[in-house]
Design a protein around this ligand. Structure first.
Ligand SMILES: Cc1cc2nc3c(=O)[nH]c(=O)nc-3n(C[C@H](O)[C@H](O)[C@H](O)COP(=O)(O)OP(=O)(O)OC[C@H]3O[C@@H](n4cnc5c(N)ncnc54)[C@H](O)[C@@H]3O)c2cc1C
Length: 447
């Protein structure tokens, strides 16, 4: 296993539980105890290590059924248990529904999460993989930076967004993986706080004129707040400054109180985040056998929807299930089947997220230019209508939560009971009705 990030650790735990002998390698330092992870763990291998993270209900559901011990340890480490339907305003919560427990989750700051996952495993840390050992396009192991070689029946690449897998395959004379890549163009301006946890007064992801605001509760009375904007939006780069960041947040009545805590960080900025889909089977032929890519190495998406851990865990379960019926020795079959199942289970989630990203970034950029965004794609109008209807209608709220929790796809929920027509009627063409400044008001706050 190359990489002990969120997906790498989860994959290793799943495979170990099934009786596989797993060696996990990571170039970063070892995990400290969860209680000191935020302060003491330096993790250059994961750029987003100190950024806002939420674990979505799909992640929680999978963890509960597949690795329940992780949830017990996370709760003991101060993880924040929350039901997302329970955060809806009373009139939308509507007394609760019998199946609202599907929106349960348990979440924490990223370092705490990873330290909890790592506590269940032995990870060989401070070990950088430098290449693959390959014979006749079959990967037989990895070469470490010091020159040592480790052999393996199967190499699982969980090297994340910046995985060097394509370069390693090329260096070994294998073909290039199929790859689609598009810089989503978003930039994140995020901070963490500690204090009495702020009450939730609006959606955790609030869309406004040219920005979105993320408010994410986390472990041990901490939380994160982030502005999401277009990387091309120069005036909003003022959000790098903590005072201006706070002045801007103050203009959003449903989120302003989320800065009333002790700041744990200044403003952390992250940009250049591509949506990328990678497949190791090209034109029906594996570019190499004996190696698979799982998690962000195979598929990474814009993080404002918070889907990476859920998709990664689902991908890890897909590999685990395949290995229950296919031996690594059946190398060609394993490579093809994993690609097929990844295309069936993971690709639709990737496509849906990518679709959202393209529209939302175009909408933000149109806002910044003072133009109304009106794409031909009718599905975008329906998606926006669902977001608006979810603010007041109990059924629309559950449908919206099911999509954002990665429990269902938009076509699945919108097909039910004529919901698409209903949400359009409820929304009545209104865009994002939550209180907050228009573009001029936001710029005034920043200046
Ligand atoms: C700003 C931001 C916010 C996000 N917010 C959320 C969120 O709210 N919810 C959510 O679910 N997801 C979120 N994500 C996505 C989530 O962070 C990723 O999906 C997740 O980290 C993927 O896990 P991974 O194990 O595949 O890769 P990573 O977590 O990136 O781990 C890769 C690991 O591989 C190691 N590695 C790489 N190359 C080598 C090598 N050559 N040798 C040895 N080790 C190596 C690295 O050190 C690292 O530990 C966010 C992402 C970003 C960028």
């Amino acid at each position: 296993m190359i990489g002990a990030g969120l997906t790498g650790l989860s994959t290793a735990l799943l495979l170990t539980r099934d009786g596989h002998r797993v060696t996990v390698l990571d170039r970063d330092p070892p995990a400290p105890a969860p209680g000191t992870a935020w302060e003491s763990w330096h993790r250059p291998g994961v750029t987003q290590f100190r950024f806002a993270h939420i674990m979505l209900p799909r992640w929680h559901t999978l963890m509960r059924t597949e690795l329940p011990g992780v949830l017990d340890r996370l709760a003991a480490a101060g993880g924040f248990a929350v039901n997302l339907a329970g955060l809806l305003p009373p009139e939308v919560r509507d007394g609760g529904r019998p199946d609202d427990d599907r929106f349960d989750t348990l979440t924490a700051r990223r370092p705490v999460l990873e330290a909890v996952l790592a506590a269940g495993l032995t990870v060989r840390t401070g070990v950088a993989v430098a290449g693959l050992e390959v014979r006749d396009r079959h990967v037989t192991g990895v070469r470490l930076a010091g020159g040592d070689i480790l052999t393996a029946d199967l190499v699982v690449d969980c090297g994340g967004r910046r995985s060097a897998l394509p370069a390693w395959l090329a260096a070994a004379g294998c073909g290039a993986p199929a790859e689609e890549r598009d810089d989503a163009g978003f930039v994140y301006y995020g901070r963490h706080f500690r204090g009495p946890r702020p009450p939730v007064r609006g959606p955790l992801l609030q869309h406004h004129d040219s920005v979105s605001v993320l408010t994410l509760p986390a472990d041990n009375d901490t939380w994160a707040v982030a502005f999401v904007a277009s990387g091309h939006d120069r005036p909003l780069r003022a959000l790098r400054d903590p005072d201006r960041w706070t002045a801007a947040l103050d203009r959003y009545p449903l989120a302003a109180h989320w800065s009333a805590g002790t700041p744990l960080t200044g403003v952390d900025v992250m940009a250049g985040l591509a949506d990328r889909w990678r497949s190791l089977v090209v034109g029906g032929e594996p570019v190499a056998t004996g190696v698979v890519a799982v998690g962000d190495s195979a598929c990474c998406t814009n993080p404002s929807l918070g889907r990476g851990a859920a998709i990664g865990l689902l991908h890890a379960c897909t590999l685990r299930d395949l290995l229950r019926e296919t031996e690594p020795a059946e190398a060609d079959k394993l490579a093809r089947r994993f690609a097929e199942r990844t295309a069936a289970v993971i690709e639709p989630l990737y496509r849906a997220t990518y679709w959202f990203d393209r529209h939302r970034i175009a909408e933000m950029e149109a806002d910044a230019a003072g133009v109304t965004y009106r794409p031909d794609d009718q599905r975008w109008a329906v998606a926006r209508a669902l977001y608006v209807a979810a603010l007041s209608d109990p059924e629309a709220a559950r449908a919206n939560l099911a999509i954002s929790s990665v429990l269902a796809t938009a076509p699945e929920v919108l097909a039910a009971n004529g919901l698409a027509a209903r949400v359009s009627a409820i929304a009545g063409g209104v865009r994002y009705p939550m209180p907050g400044p228009d573009r001029a008001g936001l710029l005034a706050a920043l200046n």
